[in-house]
Design a binder for this molecule. Structure first.
Ligand SMILES: *Cc1c(COP(=O)(O)O)cnc(C)c1O
Length: 445
């Protein structure tokens, strides 16, 4: 008999404390193998709201907003709404004084429904349909970030002076991230290339539209970028372009938006993003480049999405079966790629923690898979799970606050999970579970 088997609680502590930076700040151990979030036992969430279920720790989201504002007090922080959008979350974002990025009429409708101030909204996207542009103009969003020559023409004819515009520039910087989320390199669908001269030409086209007022430049080099050097390099190139515009067009643009993409660790050992270091090096680069070109300092905007919400989220699943393959043990849960497509989109992997009872301290390597009809539908590979894990047990997957709810689908006609927020011991249903009636309502037969 091992020591951990003699003293059951030791098994749990051996299995490790909750890794900081991956779990929401209010996560703690409860009694009898339970975990707590915001003071509420996870078993209680599972019993009340069912599984799978997305949980969101309100104070972690708010704290991340405050971390950004205090690291960069003179910089506009615009939350990238696509990472996790719901009215409840946008209220927190508005209350914390952040601005908001949207990239469709639908995202704007959510912002509009809670009266998110139009003066703090930026509208993005490589495709903006006429309906998107009309919605943006109709609500009076402060800035539209133009992405193509066609869009400049269309917006020019729809807008009324002065519609503030930023131009999305592709600075040719590699963020060293997965190619599906690298958006700053040359030859991809976003923005105007700096190197080819397309960005410089786009400026001329915007200036020629009487209804548009060009206020600045924008770039976003990709997502899950942990190297601050990539952001510094993009910044240098963008300020070089501001200087070139002064020479070519005699204009001094007052704003520079340097995008988001700040990495978060999903598992222990993943590279983290040093916010203080980033803030320091970014401001130094801006100051240095502007003084060497004798440019006034632009008003800066940055656009974190994932870094605000990812580690505030935890998803709860129930184990439906444990199956022993030839060389692997498969643990299949009641969710999967419909609530989390990131593993199948770009090979993302998660850590997984069982909760809700005392488990054997002995573990074996397991592959945690979803319920959907695709072999790539898995959440974790080679994770150590208790040998006595069985049907009916509960699993918590941390770091699911960003690009989960917003990327969810109805694959296999599975209703999307609810989103439940928690704060100070109180759970609140932000988005209810999708029902079969919801699914059938759109199908007119
Ligand atoms: C997606 C996106 C962001 C946010 O990216 P994160 O990786 O979530 O920080 C910011 N700006 C633009 C234009 C984006 O498309």
């Amino acid at each position: 008999m091992t020591l951990a088997e003699l003293i059951p609680t030791l098994g749990e502590s051996l299995r490790g404390h909750l890794e900081p930076g991956i779990w929401p700040r209010s996560t703690a151990h409860g009694v009898d193998g339970d975990l707590l979030l915001g003071g509420v036992p996870l078993t209680q969430f599972a019993a009340r709201f069912g599984t799978p279920c997305y949980l969101l720790d309100e104070l972690t989201v708010r704290q991340h907003c405050r971390d950004y504002r205090s690291a960069l007090p003179d910089v506009e922080i615009a939350y990238a709404g696509k990472s996790m959008i719901s009215r409840g979350v946008l209220r927190w974002i508005a209350e914390e004084g952040l601005s908001l990025d949207v990239c469709s009429a639908g995202e704007l409708a959510v912002a509009r429904s809670i009266g998110f101030p139009a003066a703090r909204i930026l509208f993005h996207g490589n495709v903006k349909t006429p309906e998107d542009l009309k919605a943006a103009i109709g609500y009076g969003v402060d800035r539209i970030v133009v992405d193509s020559l066609d869009e400049i023409e269309q917006l020019g004819s729809l807008a009324r002076y002065p519609q503030n515009v930023l131009i999305r520039v592709t600075p040719g910087v590699d963020g060293h991230t997965h190619k599906a989320i690298a958006t700053g390199v040359e030859d991809q669908k976003f923005g105007f290339s700096l190197a080819s001269g397309a960005a410089l030409a786009a400026v001329g086209r915007v200036l020629a539209q009487p209804s548009l007022r060009l206020v600045g430049l924008h770039c976003h080099i990709g997502s899950q970028v942990s190297r601050v050097a990539s952001f510094e390099e993009a910044t240098r190139r963008m300020i070089g372009l501001l200087a070139a515009l002064q020479i070519k067009y005699g204009i001094t643009l007052p704003q520079l938006d340097l995008g988001g993409g700040h990495a978060v660790p999903y598992r222990p050992g993943d590279p983290d993003f040093d916010l203080r270091g980033y803030a320091d090096r970014l401001l130094r680069a801006v100051n240095y480049e502007c003084s060497s070109y004798r440019l006034p300092l632009p008003r800066l905007t940055i656009e974190p999405g994932r870094a605000i919400v990812a580690s505030a989220g935890v998803t709860l699943y129930r184990v439906i079966t444990v199956k022993h393959g030839l060389s692997r043990t498969f643990v299949a849960v009641d969710g999967g790629m419909s609530d989390n497509p990131r593993p199948s989109l770009y090979g993302a992997r998660y850590s997984v923690r069982p909760f809700g009872r005392r488990f054997s301290p002995a573990t074996r390597p397991c592959t945690v898979v979803g319920r959907h009809c695709e072999a790539g539908d898995l959440l974790a590979e080679d994770v150590a799970l208790p040998v006595d894990l069985r049907c009916g047990d509960l699993l918590a997957v941390p770091c699911t606050g960003a690009y989960h709810h917003s990327l969810a689908s109805n694959y296999n006609m599975v209703g999307r999970p609810p989103v439940v927020s928690v704060r100070d011991g109180n759970a609140r249903l932000l988005v209810r579970r999708e029902t079969e009636d919801d699914l059938l309502a759109r199908d007119l037969g």
